[in-house]
Design a protein around this ligand. Structure first.
Ligand code: NOJ
Ligand code: CA
Length: 561
């Protein structure tokens, strides 16, 4: 039976307004995005995740929506969206979109009516009459929010907002609100999208309002309800949850029978992976992988390195977090909300391409689906002069032409300034320059994507952690499909070259071919795979059963990718 498409997908996340400007007004749009599809198809991505592109005052990068059933006029109109969808389909690329239904903008017509105590819309939101207690400890953006209740003079009541005060929470306990959510889903499914990234999933289903302080609980049955709707409308549609929850909460988001979210971003392994890279030791990564639950067969983890938000380190201990800050974001201006790092991957690794490849190789091989933040495939930098998380949302760097080839508008009209300073200046770091260099990050990522897609064992296989003679530096694991086909991935987290011996689980596998990685050779001797890896090196290997030919001879073939 074919595996679910999202398991062997490579997802690429795009903010339309900073990707490619098609009409020269300084703002990226659907026309520009459509023209960029051949680049994405060439890179090998199979699914695009679009950040919110709906009408919005844009105070939270589009996560403050005023109309769920339309396109922000600066980005185009529904016709441009349809044209983009058509071309994406021609390129064999699926599209998923952000479903932001925990809250609306305070400028949404529903909220405006609610403030006037409209009989229907008042109950779309969450209110309290009495003065709220101190709720500083319940906010999502410490230092930027003073609490989760805001007084509305028009309504003469306080409304609940988990995020910024201009993002009133929708009352998802109200069946009429859930009906609206399903209508939004139905609309976009009908326009061809393959599913949704569900923004702030734990808050969507959380009990909201004054009672919440007493005995908060989540209504997981809302997810079942939405998923049932989704699957009836489009059988292969994906529900991907943004749920930054502790390991013991994770399984509930998938549902025991896999009947809730198909996929959940793994916000627990993610910071541990960075800690492992910071310490040059696999221990934190191993520890986190052992702590997460086994998920149902049809479900999948989503793995990412960086995204459009800060690198959230809140699931580490204070000491571990301090260690990540020290290595990846030592300056206070690089840190945010006392829990995260607002930098892109490349600057966090001081531009070290091999180390970036190591990190990508980890999320491409641990069982789950890799998700790439646009621009990380060319090693783009960040702009710390931008507010909060906007530091990592600068325009895509296409070429050394004016405005990085992003737009022909005058620089002052750009949606956000291009990076025209320092080591990540667009004149050094851009698609066009990297395309011409076979050893560039871009070309290496392209080959990584190709290889990953050719070996679905990584996507759906059972996996086992493998012991090695250098547990201080080596992270080794094997993924195996039902027919017993296996692939190994061996990573050296240390900056020093390492020779190691990896213990295999069977003596049937006596030979190996290199699929992707460094140029070191290896041999299998008595169940031990002996291998040498460069500093930050990695190798993907297919072990197989001997057919009588001398193992050594075949193993010594060097197959550099
Ligand atoms: C999570 C999104 O990733 C983030 O960018 C946004 O600010 C909040 N949800 C509020 O929608
Ligand atoms: Ca434009």
């Amino acid at each position: 039976m074919a595996i679910q498409w999202f398991k062997n997908a490579v997802i690429y996340c795009i903010d339309v307004d900073t990707f490619k400007d098609g009409n020269g007004d300084g703002i990226g749009d659907f026309v520009g995005l459509r023209q960029s599809l051949s680049y994405l198809a060439g890179l090998g991505v199979t699914c695009i995740w679009l950040l919110p592109f709906y009408p919005s005052p844009d105070r939270d990068n589009g996560y403050d929506i005023t109309d769920y059933l339309s396109v922000h006029p600066a980005l185009g109109d529904l016709g441009d969206f349809a044209e983009f969808m058509d071309e994406a389909a021609n390129c064999g690329i699926r599209v998923i979109i952000d479903l932001v239904v925990n809250h609306t903008s305070n400028e949404h017509p529903w909220f405006k009516a609610a403030q006037r105590r409209h009989p229907k819309y008042y109950s779309y939101y969450v209110w309290r009459k009495e003065k709220p207690p101190d709720t500083k400890d319940q906010v999502v953006f410490p230092g930027r929010q003073s609490g989760v209740w805001q007084y509305s003079r028009t309504a003469k009541a306080y409304y609940f907002h988990r995020f910024y005060e201009y993002q009133p929470d929708l009352n998802t306990a109200n069946p009429a609100v859930r009906a609206e959510i399903k209508k939004i889903m139905g609309f976009w499914l009908a326009s061809g999208v393959s599913g949704f990234r569900v923004d702030a999933a734990p808050f969507v289903i959380a009990q909201k309002g004054p009672e919440v302080e007493k005995q908060p609980h989540e209504s997981f049955d809302y997810i079942n309800e939405f998923r049932e709707f989704l699957s009836w409308r489009r059988g292969d549609a994906l529900f991907l949850a943004e749920a930054n929850v502790a390991p013991d909460q994770m399984l509930q988001y998938f549902g025991k029978r896999g009947d809730r979210m198909n996929m959940v971003f793994n916000f627990f392994v993610n910071p541990h992976l960075f800690l492992a890279i910071a310490n040059e030791s696999p221990e934190p990564l191993l520890r986190s992988l052992l702590q997460i639950p086994t998920i149902p067969n049809d479900s999948q983890w989503g793995y990412f390195l960086r995204n459009h938000d800060e690198l959230d380190l809140s699931r580490l201990t204070e000491l571990e977090r301090a260690r990540c800050f020290e290595v990846f974001g030592p300056d206070k201006t690089m840190q945010l909300y006392a829990r995260g790092i607002r930098r892109r991957l490349a600057p966090m690794f001081s531009g070290n391409v091999q180390r970036q490849m190591l990190a990508f190789s980890l999320i491409f091989t641990i069982p789950g689906t890799p998700i790439i933040w646009y621009g990380d495939e060319i090693g783009m930098g960040d702009d710390l002069s931008q507010a909060e998380r906007n530091s990592v949302r600068t325009p895509m760097q296409w070429s050394a032409e004016t405005n990085a080839g992003f737009s022909t508008a005058p620089a002052k009209k750009l949606r956000r300034r291009v990076i025209d300073f320092g080591p990540f200046d667009y004149r050094n770091v851009n698609v066009q320059a990297e395309r011409r260099d076979p050893a560039s990050l871009l070309n290496r990522i392209e080959r990584m994507i190709r290889t990953r897609k050719e070996y679905p064992e990584f996507a759906c296989g059972k996996y086992r952690l493998l012991e090695s003679s250098r547990p201080d530096a080596i992270f080794a694991h094997a993924c195996e499909d039902e027919a017993g086909n296996a692939v190994l991935a061996i990573h050296n987290l240390s900056h020093k070259p390492v020779k190691t011996s990896v213990h295999l689980w069977t003596d049937k596998l006596t030979q190996a071919v290199f699929l992707f990685g460094g140029n070191d050779d290896a041999a299998i001797v008595a169940r031990e795979l002996q291998i040498g890896l460069d500093g930050y090196g990695y190798n993907w290997i297919r072990p197989f059963k001997s057919n009588g030919v001398s193992a050594k001879k075949t193993c010594r073939i060097k197959n550099r990718v």
